[in-house]
Design a protein around this ligand. Structure first.
Ligand SMILES: [Zn+2]
Length: 237
């Protein structure tokens, strides 16, 4: 996905491109984009598109994936195919989501390696994060201990690297798919998010470059959600 710029550079905050498609007047497809579309339990990017010909501003309110394309919902009509635009991400929002996303991988890695628990889902917003864990009985003390271990790991400031692996090669390592739900089978290359020396996952999202950027992970509460499922809420500071 060479035209999905965030895949190779999560720190790209602005870029220039051309409008490639417009549907229902307000849903814009670009030749290339750094806007992350809602997916994998992570919220979408917002921001601004400025048309170069007349400096008219269009706010990007929502970014999603539709029919394999990244679609940007803007706040007003007027953009046409062929328009040249300058685009700016709402960086505070995106960077916070990146910190939450990497934090969720740290938690998943710790609970899996230390306690053999599997994370079955997550929901990440700029305000708080939620992970679901396959845990037979609620054990808040154990959850708190896991959070302390996660913060110890952050203190080590491990690097987070992004690279690609062929599907054939990746299939040999089932640990890469802990969080991966519904990966398409025809995909040739997998993008790997690797907290160096600790936890590697097949993942399509945006992450910080090193763990200290996360800050501190704070446990908020845990709720029972079904027989096996414990829902854990956290925030970052
Ligand atoms: Zn992820």
């Amino acid at each position: 996905m060479k035209n999905w710029l965030y895949m190779d550079d999560s720190y790209l905050k602005e870029f220039e491109t051309i409008v490639k498609g417009v549907s229902n007047e307000k849903f814009i497809i670009l030749e290339k984009t750094a806007f992350f579309p809602k997916g994998g339990g992570v919220e979408w990017d917002t921001g601004l598109m400025i048309r170069k010909s007349d400096n008219k501003e269009f706010k990007v309110k929502f970014t999603g994936k539709f029919d394999g394309n990244i679609s940007h919902e803007v706040d007003q009509v007027g953009l046409q195919i062929g328009d040249e635009v300058k685009c700016f991400l709402d960086w505070d929002r995106r960077y916070t989501l990146m910190r939450y996303h990497t934090a969720a991988h740290v938690l998943s890695g710790v609970f899996n390696r230390e306690y053999d628990l599997i994370m079955t889902g997550n929901q990440l917003t700029p305000e708080k994060g939620r992970i679901d864990m396959n845990m037979p009985e609620m054990n808040v003390d154990l959850i708190k201990e896991g959070f302390a271990k996660a913060n110890d790991l952050i203190e080590k400031d491990l690097l987070v690297e992004i690279y690609y692996k062929s599907m054939e090669e990746a299939k040999k390592d089932s640990t890469l798919f802990k969080l991966a739900i519904g990966f398409p089978h025809d995909i040739k290359e997998l993008r790997i998010v690797d907290i160096k020396g600790y936890d590697a996952q097949a993942d399509g999202g945006c992450h910080v470059k090193s763990l200290k950027e996360i800050g501190k992970i704070v446990f908020l509460e845990a709720k029972n959600k079904g027989k096996q499922n414990r829902r854990v809420y956290f925030k970052i500071e």
